[in-house]
Every structure is written in structure tokens, then in C-alpha cells.
Design a protein around this ligand. Structure first.
Ligand code: EPU
Length: 420
């Protein structure tokens, strides 16, 4: 296992390049199952979750090759229709193969994912989506077994207790692309990653309208063909780097990002007193003093992203007063708080709400990462804290941030990866 050793406090300054979006690439790789012909995906981020998706596709007989950052996926020939427990339990996004396998082969067996560090994550809306397309869905021995061919278009409301679902919208959109007739997804997720998946499916020959709005319409086609695509930049990594600038009172230019996807994030950074300039595919973020207190409530896009809640909690932990952060998307996503408190933060959790009393400075400590974004929050806290911070279990971080220590080290952080 690896850990990070961070010596703080440091002030970050310079230019740092953001990577392609993990959460756009994962469904796009699964969508390659919809065609027999080769698909080519450019600028793939070199991440553990991308490796896991490649491993899953290979385990089904798909040919996956990676040259530099270009991945070629060929799902011709004999394809297994099963996603095994061993892979699904490591990465929930394995679920994205359900819709494509079902639509192309009329048969998909996908293990139920099991527990998750950020709270209960049911798959009922994924199943509701494919059932509305005429699939028969059974639970057998820990696996979802979905059958039915041809699928037929249907109208469905994909809304859960916390609002729309990114994953269920994506899965249903993929399956509906090869169903007979028209599908209407109501209460669809509006995230940029859903729009990007629709863009890739359209490049494969799908007929989709309304992506980016709560009503998506899909006219099924008989077959999809191979396509070449470059997915969008990672808005969560860009937001994390922006917080790195603010928490270290530094000045960072973040390139290869899409400021339009970060409206709520930029708004909260400015409320916290940071200066944010936006340009074509870049952001410049600087801060000169402790952050002002801010109120944040996570929400589906275009609201404030749950995937940046932990990082902003770390920032507001050194704020000049009391901030309130409410987590509305994943009910138990506060594992980072106990670790931040070990670094001297004063944060109380009450149900879905964290009340943060800002302290002047955090102090370095040994801390343990519990999930991807919690790990990022601890690294950010370590950059601002006085003394040495050791972030253990950074395999969580490697799932979704490519070489974060090199990116931060390149703009002045004293951060080192150590194997233990
Ligand atoms: N939900 C249901 N039923 C379902 C599916 C979801 O009730 O069948 C609930 C969830 O429990 C949650 C809410 O709906 O309360 C939203 O979940 P969603 O389905 O939108 O999340 P997801 O598709 O599983 C993706 C990202 C997450 C990100 C969420 C929300 C990927 C691979 N994952 O998950 O990213 O937090 O959308 O934006 O795209 C991360 O990158 O760290 C991460 C967790």
C-alpha cells in the first residue's frame, strides 16, 4: 500500500493541468459494448477505476488496448454477459455494463455491488429504467439477471428520494439506444457527464435529444457503429485543484477545465473570498487570507456537487467563522470529518449537516482515507496544516486522481508517495 507524506503549510503557485473526467470516461467505455466495431477514446486518464473498467471488459472477452492515452475497445466476437462480483465490489461503476449488455445481447448478469463507504447506494432506479424497456429482471445468487430482446421504448420517471440518478439515467439511455421505438426518461440527471455520454452515443449513431435537461428522448436504432471520441475534462478534479489554491492562499492556473461546468463551485469559492478568473478551458484561482464562512448544500447538477463537499469542508475548517455544509445526495458522506477533527478542525455532524467552527490553523497528523473524495480533502488539509501529515490508504485517491502528488508537487507542495 502507498501513503502520502505532506509537509505543510505550503503556498501553491503556478500552472497545473487537469485530466479528463473519470465519471465521463467510465460510462463511455461501457457504451463501447453496444457496437461490434472498434471504438477509440482519446485522452483517457490513467486511473485505477479506468484500469478496473478495462479489466471488466476484458473479462467479458472484449479487446481493450491502451497506447499512451488512447484506448481502443473492440467488442466483436464472443462476449460474456456477466460482470463478476470480484470486479463489481471494487467499483460500483461496473454497473454501467448492465444496459449495454442487455440491449445488444438480450441478456446481462451483473453482481449486486454491496456496501459503500459513502452510505447506502441502491440500484432500484437502474432496474426501474430497464424494466420500463420491457426487460425481465430477477435477483439470483447475488446477481441481477436481466433478459429481454428486443427491448421496446417506454416512458419512465427515474427519480429517487435524493432526486435524479446519474447512473440510472446513463444505463437507461444506453439500453434505450438499441430499443424499438421511443423512450422518454423523465427526471433525468442533467450532469455534464450524462451529456457527454449522449454525445458519444450520438457519435455511434444513436438518436438522442434533451440531454442536459430533465427530459431525455431516445429514438431506438437497429444497430450502433464504432466511434472515436474525446470526453470532457474532470470538473471534480478542477474543483479540487481550485480548493488547493484557496486553502494554501496560493495562486493557481488550472488548464484543461471547463469553467461552465463549475458555476456553483466558482460561486462558493468567491463567497469564501477567493478570486476566480475564468478563461477558455482554464481557471485562475487565488486567495490571500483565511476563507470567509459559506453555506453549502449539495444537490444534483447544476447544484453544488457532492463530490466536492469533502474538499470544501476542509477549506471551511480554517474559515474565519462558522460554516454550514449539508449533504443531500449521499446521506453518510462525512467520514472525512472525524479525520479532519484529528487535525484540529472543529466540526460537528448533525444528521446530514456539518457545522464547522473555523480554526486559525490545522495541525499535521496521521490520518486515514476512507473514500476517494475524503482522501482528497485530507490531502488538501495536509497542504495547509502546520507540520507533517501522513495520509494512509491512498489507493482510494488513485481511483480518481491521476498522479495528484506530481501535479501538486509541480506547483510547490511538499508531498511524497511512500510504499509501506
Ligand atoms: N439512487 C437511488 N437508486 C438508484 C441509484 C441511485 O436511490 O438506483 C440514489 C443514490 O443513493 C443517491 C442519489 O440517488 O442518493 C444519486 O446517486 P447517483 O445514481 O446519481 O450516483 P451514481 O451514478 O452512483 C455518480 C458518480 C458519483 C457521484 C454521483 C452523484 C460515477 C461513476 N459516479 O454516482 O461519483 O457522487 O454520481 O453526482 O459517475 C465519485 O466520483 O467520487 C463519485 C462517488
Amino acid at each position: 500500500m502507498d501513503k502520502f507524506l505532506i509537509h505543510g503549510p505550503t503556498r501553491l503557485e503556478g500552472s497545473v493541468a487537469n485530466s479528463t473526467a473519470k465519471n465521463a470516461v467510465l460510462p463511455i467505455l461501457a457504451a463501447c459494448l453496444l457496437a461490434e466495431e472498434p471504438c477509440v477514446i482519446h485522452e483517457v486518464p490513467l486511473l485505477e477505476d479506468v484500469n478496473t473498467m478495462a479489466r471488466l471488459l476484458r473479462s467479458m472477452g472484449v479487446k481493450v488496448t491502451l497506447r499512451r492515452r488512447t484506448m481502443e475497445i473492440v467488442a466483436g466476437g464472443d462476449i460474456e454477459h456477466t460482470a463478476d462480483y470480484d470486479i463489481v465490489r471494487k467499483m460500483r461503476a461496473s454497473y454501467y455494463v448492465l444496459g449495454p449488455l442487455l440491449a445488444r445481447f438480450g441478456d446481462a448478469r451483473v453482481s449486486l455491488p454491496g456496501g459503500c463507504a459513502i452510505g447506502p447506494r441502491p440500484v432500484d432506479l437502474h432496474l426501474k429504467g430497464i424494466a420500463a424497456l420491457g426487460a425481465e429482471v430477477k435477483l439470483e445468487h447475488g446477481y441481477i439477471h436481466a433478459t429481454g430482446r428486443p427491448l421496446r421504448g417506454g416512458t419512465m420517471l427515474l427519480e429517487g428520494a435524493s432526486g435524479p440518478s446519474v447512473g440510472a439515467t446513463a444505463n437507461t439511455m444506453m439500453a434505450a439506444s438499441l430499443a424499438g421505438g421511443e423512450t422518454v426518461i423523465e427526471a433525468a440527471a442533467c450532469e455534464p457527464e450524462v451529456i457527454d455520454l449522449a454525445g458519444f452515443l450520438i457519435a455511434m449513431g444513436a438518436k438522442i435529444e434533451g440531454q442536459g435537461t430533465p427530459v431525455i428522448k431516445i429514438k431506438g436504432v437497429k444497430r450502433l457503429h464504432g466511434a472515436e471520441y474525446r470526453p470532457i475534462p474532470d470538473r471534480i478534479e478542477a474543483g479540487t485543484l481550485a480548493v488547493a489554491a484557496a486553502i494554501t492562499r496560493g495562486n493557481l492556473e488550472i488548464t484543461n477545465c471547463e469553467p461552465e461546468h463549475l458555476t456553483a463551485v466558482i460561486d462558493r469559492l468567491r463567497q469564501a473570498g477567493a478570486t476566480v478568473e475564468t478563461g477558455k478551458r482554464r481557471l485562475i484561482v487565488s486567495a490571500g487570507k483565511r476563507p470567509e464562512p459559506v453555506t453549502i448544500a449539495t444537490a444534483p447538477y447544476p447544484g453544488f456537487p457532492t463530490d466536492l463537499q469533502a474538499q470544501f469542508t476542509a477549506l471551511l475548517a480554517i474559515g474565519r467563522g462558522a460554516s454550514v455544509v449539508t449533504e443531500n445526495v449521499f446521506e453518510a458522506r462525512f467520514m472525512h470529518v472525524l479525520e479532519l477533527n484529528r487535525m484540529g478542525a472543529k466540526i460537528d455532524i448533525n444528521g446530514r449537516t456539518a457545522v464547522i467552527q473555523g480554526v486559525e490553523q490545522l495541525s499535521g497528523a496521521q490520518v486515514m482515507a476512507s473514500d476517494l473524495r475524503a482522501s482528497a480533502a485530507l490531502v488538501l488539509a495536509g497542504l495547509a496544516a502546520r507540520g507533517d501529515t501522513e495520509v494512509q490508504r491512498i489507493y482510494h485517491l488513485d481511483r480518481g486522481y491521476e498522479s495528484l502528488e506530481l501535479k501538486l508537487g509541480g506547483v510547490g507542495a511538499k508531498i511524497e508517495r511512500v510504499s509501506y
